[in-house]
Design a protein around this ligand. Structure first.
Ligand code: TXA
Ligand code: MG
Length: 359
């Protein structure tokens, strides 16, 4: 298949939206920018389009898709029931990076929801996403536009890398702002439950609805024992090709420990990638150092994270060592993605140093 690539600065949004609508209406796939990551969209009411999405991504078909809408009014046609918490969250955070899980309406095929009787819905705030969704008047099913298991795309070039020749069209809307996927909140039960942390934090949600639970599988570290409620959270997602290790501890000690790794890697002829903070950048003696941002500016770290993971792939590093970016609020989302990228391989700086000295 030849993939059409349209850049927002070359054509009017109306032209691009008309072209995307035509493709969606005939069951095709269009990747488009949202405020979080690029999405790979198809008509969510068309079971064949949903099947094509799974195929293009190489994604297991038990992993449900999020429906994207332009207007809050569309929700009532897509769900069978809305409780007060759902309504409050929708009114407060839409359009924006919040996905809500509702009991689904009959019209939504099980292919779209991965066989579940619930449906995930969000109303993105990115102007290009809004223009396309408004023109199409369809609920567009869109997972992140990466091949399954790879980091989500935050630049059109990432989408082209993974999807060229596999889908009908890619809309290039430039570099995206937030850089990690939307917060997912299940509002099917009495107490809203966070299934995936994101830019809309637990504290922000609490302010609107009071009590909030967090799915215990979210922060990982519990191995296979706890099954996440969002099926997609069980996969080793967001992952670079090289093995990645997340190094925890006081930031100076983290840099020391990683420098030990570098000394050892030099003897072994290994190429090491370092995902560094601005604070530690100058301390590293070798390796491929990429700065995600400051420990005090986590927005910036989130914005850069997936791009840097893809860059490490391109550089062909053998192993990646990352500083950990613990923090309040938005920090939960960043650590969740980093732990997944590292396949839950988290090591304390002191332990890492001891381990290397023993070799
Ligand atoms: O920011 C985002 O949410 C991006 C952009 C493109 O909108 N989309 C995205 O989609 O991250 P995806 O497919 O990569 O992740 C969707 C997650 C998966 O973990 C999936 O299992 C979960 O949402 N999910 C979808 N429907 C669900 C449902 N009915 N119940 C529980 N989890 C659900
Ligand atoms: Mg994804």
């Amino acid at each position: 298949m030849k993939t059409i690539i349209r850049r927002v600065q070359d054509e009017t949004i109306e032209q691009i939206a008309a072209e995307a609508t035509e493709i969606w209406k005939r069951g095709g796939l269009v990747a488009f920018p949202t405020e979080t990551v690029y999405g790979l969209g198809g008509n969510g009411l068309d079971r064949e389009a949903s099947k094509k999405i799974y195929e293009a991504k190489g994604r297991p078909s038990d992993n449900p898709l999020i429906l994207h809408i332009a207007e809050k009014e569309q929700v009532k046609h897509l769900i069978s029931h809305m409780n007060e918490a759902g309504r409050k969250l929708m009114d407060r955070f839409w359009p924006g990076p919040l996905t809500l899980i509702f009991p689904k309406a009959e019209c939504i095929p099980l292919e779209t929801t991965g066989g579940l009787d619930t449906v995930a819905i969000r109303m993105p705030s990115h102007p290009v996403a809004q223009a396309l969704l408004r023109k199409s008047e369809l609920p567009i099913a869109a997972p992140s536009a990466n091949l399954s298991g790879r980091p989500s795309p935050t630049l059109a070039s990432h989408v082209i890398e993974d999807m060229d020749g596999r889908i009908d069209m890619i809309v290039d809307g430039g570099e995206l702002g937030i850089g990690v996927e939307s917060t997912i909140v299940d509002v099917t039960g009495k107490i809203p439950t966070i299934l995936r942390p994101g830019y809309i934090t637990k504290e922000m949600i609490q302010e609107v609805v009071g009590q909030v639970d967090v799915d215990p599988a979210v922060m990982g570290g519990m191995g296979e024992k706890i099954k996440p409620k969002a099926p997609g959270m069980k996969y080793r997602h967001y992952a670079p090709k090289a093995p990645m290790f997340l190094v925890e501890g006081e930031i100076g000690k983290v840099a020391d420990a990683i420098n030990r790794v570098l000394e050892k890697a030099k003897q072994d002829g290994k190429k090491i990638g370092i995902l560094a903070s601005e604070e530690n950048e100058k301390k590293y003696q070798g390796g491929v150092v990429k700065v995600a941002g400051s420990h005090r500016e986590l927005d910036c770290v989130a914005h850069n994270l997936y791009r840097i993971l893809r860059e490490f792939d391109k550089e062909g590093v053998d192993e990646i060592y990352s500083e950990s970016f613990e923090g309040e609020e938005f920090g939960a989302a960043i650590m969740n993605r980093m732990k997944k990228a590292a396949g839950q391989q988290v090591i304390n700086a002191n332990e890492l140093k001891d381990k290397i000295e023993q070799i």
